[in-house]
Design a binder for this molecule. Structure first.
Ligand code: ACO
Length: 321
């Protein structure tokens, strides 16, 4: 049987950290105390105007390829999860392929599942590899959410940041990824969305991120708890057998409430939301890369990666590193 395992990880955060006080200095009607108390966020990274998701994806991918000990042309599938692509088309994955200088003709496409995008992308790539059709995939979450924020809406603009995380996923004789679960319920689309679009050369409707924060909070905690249990049960193990929980980094209170529901101590939860803010599809691979590089995640350990985002979409992957 063919399995899929993570062979290398990489990440990229643009520029210097931007603190809550920096946002106040830029004229946003907020305070460090409000943001820290409600969200746990202290800093985030914001990409300069000439840096797009594909640029961040390229740096993160090069680091993941190096960690895996392979070159760009050893990849035969690229999946990029993003809700902030460089352009309407071509896909960010195709642009990434070009920036990596790949000549091998690897398949390349984007998935759009907002903050669950990396879990969707990882699951899709895992199925390609397990089917035997592909051997080695680059799976990337890359975002420049700063471009879709209404900087006059203090209820949303303080929450997000830019960044990218990447993994090399390759065929293996043993898992690797032990179980996955993906879900969506489109009826919840109004509580978190960017409703506008481009037509006839104009932006039609509202092009900024809109959110009902309290509704999102309740929904996120509920489904993050459920989907973590689903992948654990699917794999025939117990929550107590999990070494690390890496949830989508939306808000420290969502992470704490999810960990409490699952009976997992916060010292087994990887958190980056304090330093990165919410980087949407990038947050899970960014946190994974950080915890691997700082030595917390060690070979053989079991990790739950889980995400929830606009749509609503949610999902989880249980893996043995
Ligand atoms: N600074 C200061 N005051 C603020 C700010 C701010 N940045 N934002 C809102 N306020 C004020 C409001 O104006 C309001 O003031 P009022 O009482 O005078 O009217 C007060 O704070 C309370 O506002 P609420 O929106 O009710 O605040 P709440 O306690 O719900 O916290 C928050 C808002 C942090 C967004 C919370 O709802 C939350 O964490 N929701 C989860 C949403 C989330 O994490 N989204 C991320 C994207 S979704 C995802 O990734 C899955």
């Amino acid at each position: 049987m063919i399995f899929a395992r993570i062979a290398g990880t990489g990440s990229c955060l643009p520029g210097d950290p931007v603190s809550n006080d920096d946002l106040v200095a830029r004229g946003i009607d907020t305070s460090d105390q409000w943001i820290v108390e409600r969200t746990g966020i202290r800093t985030r990274h914001l990409a300069p105007a000439d840096v797009g998701s594909s640029d961040l994806a390229c740096t993160a991918s090069r680091r993941a390829l190096e960690a895996a000990g392979v070159g760009p042309d050893d990849i035969d599938l690229i999946v990029v999860a993003t809700s902030t692509p460089d352009c309407i088309f071509p896909s960010t994955a195709a642009l990434l392929q070009s920036k990596l200088g790949m000549k091998s003709g690897a398949a390349a496409f984007d998935v759009q599942a907002v903050c669950s995008g990396f879990i969707y992308g990882l699951t899709v790539a895992e199925k390609f590899i397990r089917s035997g059709s592909h051997r080695r995939a680059l799976v990337v979450g890359a975002e420049v959410f700063s471009r879709i924020l209404d900087w006059s809406d203090r209820g949303t603009c303080v929450l997000f940041g830019d960044g990218a995380g990447a993994v090399v996923l390759e065929a293996a004789e043993a898992p690797g990824i032990l179980s996955t679960a993906l879900h969506a319920d489109g009826s919840h689309h109004p509580i978190l969305c960017v409703p506008g679009n481009v037509a006839g050369g104009q932006v039609i409707g509202d092009p900024f991120l809109r959110m009902d924060g309290q509704a999102v909070f309740k929904f996120a905690v509920k489904v993050l708890g459920e989907v973590a249990l689903e992948v654990v049960e699917q794999a025939g193990i117990r929550v107590a057998d999990i070494d690390w929980l890496i949830p989508h980094q939306a808000n420290i209170r969502i992470l704490q409430a999810t960990a409490k529901r699952l009976g997992i101590d916060m010292d087994r939860v990887v958190t980056t939301v304090d330093r990165h803010g919410n980087t949407s599809a990038a947050s899970i691979p960014l946190a994974l890369d950080l915890a691997i590089r700082d030595g917390r995640i060690r070979p053989g350990q079991r990790i739950i990666l889980e995400g929830v985002g606009g749509g609503f979409t949610w999902g989880a992957a249980l893996l043995q590193y």
